[in-house]
Write a protein that binds this ligand. Structure first.
Ligand code: CMC
Length: 430
């Protein structure tokens, strides 16, 4: 490798590929001309060594356990800001002034309601449908309900679609929950903050007055902040790939939600809580640790490990602290699931297998315990993740659409199937 180039020799022919540097993080070598110049592709399943795009939104240093939103460390943002401030930051690239924040909050609040026909849309689903299945459909339907904001070439419509998405996700998420438990939908209240409003729409019922506890609302807001964006993860990359064809933002976010649902991604918080319940008691932890280490057992410790973080996930620290605050506020002194989580974490952090493979608790390790304490069933955990991540998805989608160098995403493959063969008629097949 020369100083600013990567040299590659294919069948005796050497070419040089440029190296590009970002503001921080590893350099990249640009390979877009490789096929044209040498006739070969690169092969990188899982994108282990591949940067799929250029972005200014979020930065992660997985070895140091650093996460920055537009340059601001996640702990500073979570301690000092609120979720709508983070939304503004991710969308606009800068923290808002007081005037800008007031205006942004007002605009989001005034988009909280969804079209009244949406309530009828819910009724086509089985009453016990998983809320994630319903959410995927809701996002698809948004492009039908709000088709005056799907012209992606119009900057005003792009921003309107972004605001609608941030504003309506809590309403739709709460509706999908209410529908799954057979309770009436609750309209949003503009006098409440974003997280307060979500708790109100989820937990108030017409026959009892519901007062939102500010400590629990703050915990909810922190959960939203911590999930708001996470660089080019699977669901964000799905949103970008869907958007690269020119698809409208609501359809792209529907694709992102579908991807998020998997247990290796956003579904891990649900899987993690189920795992704590399956372990059942601190005494059984060694049995599950042994299973996690056993090559012949497919069991994995949910809420542990991360493709990028090879150190403690910085979000997990804040989650752990928030978890204690919530349980304390609710007067939950002895939560057996928390006991299992704390003990499991301690054992895994000192176990050779987990140390050598650099497996640390991730964001999902404690979030399920908090959400359960707040009153959410496990089926809502990934919905809440999707609600919060929508801002990251739409910010990254906007960034991509506004990039003049943007092209449709079209990966290539290493074909290992049959080579050309002659069609045999069904009568002659043996
Ligand atoms: N428990 C036990 N062993 C594990 C675990 C785990 N949770 N995670 C990874 N390993 C082992 C794995 O078996 C492999 O061992 P070996 O090198 O001997 O084959 C090694 O560690 C590397 O694992 P990998 O699967 O190659 O790593 P990856 O980067 O492809 O996977 C991951 C990352 C998050 C999918 C994985 O760690 C995992 O399945 N964790 C549990 C699910 C989870 O908590 N997911 C939430 C991720 S954070 C939220 C989000 O971003 O959505």
């Amino acid at each position: 490798m020369s100083e600013n180039k990567v040299k590659i020799t294919v069948k005796g022919k050497t070419i040089e590929l440029p190296i590009r540097s970002g503001t921080i993080g590893p350099d990249v070598t640009e390979i877009s001309t490789l096929y044209k110049k040498t006739g070969i592709f690169t092969y990188d399943p899982g994108f282990i060594s591949t940067a799929s795009c250029e972005s200014r939104t979020t930065y992660i240093d997985g070895d140091k356990g650093i996460l920055l939103y537009r340059g601001y460390p996640i702990n500073e943002v979570a301690e000092n800001g609120d979720f709508l401030e983070v939304c503004y930051l991710l969308l606009h690239g800068e923290l808002p002034t007081q005037v800008q924040k007031k205006d942004f909050d007002y605009r989001v609040q005034h988009h909280h309601m969804v079209h009244e026909q949406f309530s009828r849309f819910f009724h086509v689903f089985r009453r016990d449908s998983h809320p994630m299945a319903v959410m995927i459909a809701c996002l698809g339907a948004m492009s039908a309900f709000y088709h005056d904001s799907i012209d992606i070439t119009n900057p005003h419509q792009r921003m309107l679609a972004s605001l609608r998405l941030i504003a309506k996700m809590p309403t739709l998420a709460a509706m999908s929950y209410k529908y799954s438990i057979g309770q009436p939908f609750v309209y949003p209240l503009n006098s409440l903050g974003y997280a307060e409003n979500f708790l109100h729409m989820c937990f108030s019922i017409p026959c009892v007055e519901y007062k939102v506890n500010p400590i629990l609302a703050r915990a909810m807001d922190k959960i939203f902040i911590l999930h708001a964006d996470h660089e080019q993860n699977a669901s964000t990359s799905t949103v970008r790939l869907a958007g690269s064809s020119g698809a409208n933002p609501f359809a792209c976010i529907a694709a992102g939600i579908a991807c998020l649902w998997g247990p290796a991604h956003g579904g891990a918080n649900e899987a993690c809580l189920k795992m704590f319940e399956q372990i059942g008691s601190v005494k059984r932890i060694p049995e599950f640790i042994a299973r996690a280490k056993d090559k012949d057992d497919s069991f994995r410790l949910m809420g542990f490990g991360h493709r990028i973080y090879k150190n403690y996930d910085p979000r997990a620290y804040i989650m752990q602290q928030t978890c204690h605050e919530v349980l304390n506020e609710l007067g939950i002194k002895d939560d057996p699931l928390l006991d299992i989580a704390i003990e499991l974490e301690q054992i895994a952090l000192h176990d050779k297998y987990f140390i050598e493979k650099k497996l640390y608790p991730n964001i999902d390790f404690y979030s399920g315990i908090i959400l359960k304490a707040l009153g959410f069933p496990t089926s809502m955990f990934t919905v809440i993740f999707a609600l919060a991540r929508s801002v990251g998805w739409v910010a990254q989608w906007k960034e991509m659409v506004e990039d003049p160098a943007q092209k449709i995403g079209r990966p290539r493959q290493l074909y290992t199937g049959e080579v050309k063969r002659t069609y045999v008629s069904i009568k002659k097949r043996k």
